[in-house]
Each structure stands twice: as C-alpha cells, then as structure tokens.
Design a protein around this ligand. Sequence first.
Ligand code: 2P0
Length: 353
Amino acid sequence: MSPNYQATASAPVNIAVIKYWGKRDTKLILPTNSSLSVTLDQDHLRSTTTSRADPKFTQDRLWLNGKVDEIKPDSRLETCITEMKRLRKKTVEDKDPKAPKLSTYHVHIASYNNFPTAAGLASSASGFAALVASLSHLYELPVDASTLSLISRQGSGSACRSLFGGFVAWQMGTKSDGSDSLAIQVAPESHWPEMHALICVVSDDKKGTSSTSGMQRTVETSPLLQHRIKNVVPERMEKMTRAIKDKDFDSFAKITMADSNQFHAVALDTEPPIFYMNDVSRAIIALIVEYNRLSRENGGRYKAAYTYDAGPNAVVYAPEANMKEIASLIIAYFPQKAGDFKDVLGLFGAEGA
Ligand code: 2P0
C-alpha cells in the first residue's frame, strides 16, 4: 500500500484599505502600485483546500465547490501548481535523496468557498492562498509565508496578501522577474484586536466587469491612474503603515475612505467607464460620512471607515465598541433579511501557513 500524501489548509479573504488596481506585467502579476489589506477572521469567508499526491494519478485535477474545473495549459492555476512542485524539488528533494519524489506525482485538489464567488468578496484571494497553503503542507516546504506569497500572487494578485493574518502589505517590488513583489505582515491581528469589520452584502450577483480585465483597461486608458501610482499611493502606504503601528483609527479611517474613493474614481476614469458601486453603496457612504461628521462636530473622532472593492458590497471598519451602533444604523436605514450583515469578529490569517 502506498503512503497517504494529503494535506488541508484554509485561508480567509482580505479586504484592501489601499487598493491594488493595475498590472505592469500581466503574466507574472506584478502590480503598478503597492497595496495594504486587513485579513478577515471569520468562518463565513474562507476557502478550504485539500491536496493529494499519488503516483497512480494520471493528471493534475481540480474540483471547485464540488465541480470539476479544468486546469488549462499555461493558466494561472497551472502556473501555481508547477511553481509549487518546483519549490518542493528545490527545497526538499534535491537536498534529501531519501525524500519521496512528490514533485513527480500528479495532484488532485478540492477547494470550497463558503461565500458567493465573484461578488466583490475576493474569492480568488482566499482560493489561491488556500491552494498554495495546502500544497505547501503537502510538500512540507521549509519556506516562509512571504516566499509562498510569490507563488499565490501568480494565481491572483490579491491572493499574496491572504497568506498572512492581521495587517498585510503587498510590496510592488521593482525587479522584472517579480522576485521582490511579495507580501509582508505589517502587524499581527493581536496588535489591534479592537479593529472589526462589518460586511454589508448589497448584492451577491456576479459582477459585471472582472477585476482582471477592468484593471488592464484602466492601465491603458486612465490618466488619473498614473497620478495615483506616482503621487498618491507611495505616501499613503507609509502613512497607513504608521497609522496601524500607532493604532491611530482617525488616520486609518481617513486614508481607507480616501483610497476607496480614488479606486472608484480611476474605475470611472477608464474608457469605457466602470461602475462598481450602486445606489445602495452610495447611500451607505452617505450614512457613514454623516455618522463621522456628527461625532467630530461634537469634539469626537472618526467612528467608522467604509471601503468598496470591485463590486457594490460595503465593508465598514470600526473599533468593536462602535459596531453595534453602526449595524443598528445600517439595518434601520436599509431593512434587510437577517443574515445579510456579517459582523466579522477579530482578524486572522491562513491556518498554519
Ligand atoms: C484589492 N482588488 O486590492 C483590489 C481592490 C479589487 C479592488 O485585488 O487579476 O482579483 O487576479 O490579480 O487580485 C482584485 O484583483 O486580480 C483586487 P488579479 P484580483 O483587493
């Protein structure tokens, strides 16, 4: 009987507070700017992936939410699997002649998301992070999460950030081979446990313009993106890193909302224009703006920060103490079915990654 080579890992979604939008290399997935995100710790928003290697398998195969998904030649999936096998050979088999030659076996991979895919909830981020984390366990790779992020990045850019918990930066890097375009942890979740996120599912329909094609249209046509890349993001990355290290929610909130606004502005500046937010998204912005204005007018501080990705759903970051009030306000103004709002308690990273 042959030994059982199998491993399971899970990874959560991350929501950027400084947005990635645009590639300078579409094959290697190298971004036009650095980005920074918060990894959400919640059972509702995770991908869980099991990988198995067996000399009897005749090809690599993938099941996504129980359905066979073709691994096309030269696809992002194939690239990630090939790169993981290469890393197994280089870091384990070449060093120890007795190590099983798992890099020569085909793999079967089964992955599940427990939330709607492609609704602007970053399913590709958690999906590719869980895939790479599970293969890393299977292959017992002696490498750190930043090294794995170089590979998950080639599955989906934002996936490099989901290999860490807490507050995570994707450093864009400058090299043309992508070897310095990786994720690092700015601070673990335990650094700022009061930070919570409320996900407001405005719509779980599939989005109209995919991030991959939308962002390249922006690169090709938006003059505003060039301004953002050169003059805006580098300073924001520094200020946001400082805000997180200092647990300065006022600065965190200001930069988060400004960066969400500018991301949607560059989408609108694209030819033809891209609209991700809808009327409900904009009404939630108005509510958070008013909530902050009332607090600040009375000598208080920012109490909440909204951010929107490539879809209409709102994510509201706030100190835990404000969350009940914010959820009540949103439910009062936007009556919904129970379960549409998910208070994401705490922050957490890919298990064992
Ligand atoms: C982000 N988004 O930083 C930004 C904000 C959407 C808006 O990363 O082509 O799915 O696979 O690298 O990672 C969505 O882009 O695109 C994204 P690919 P990805 O989270």
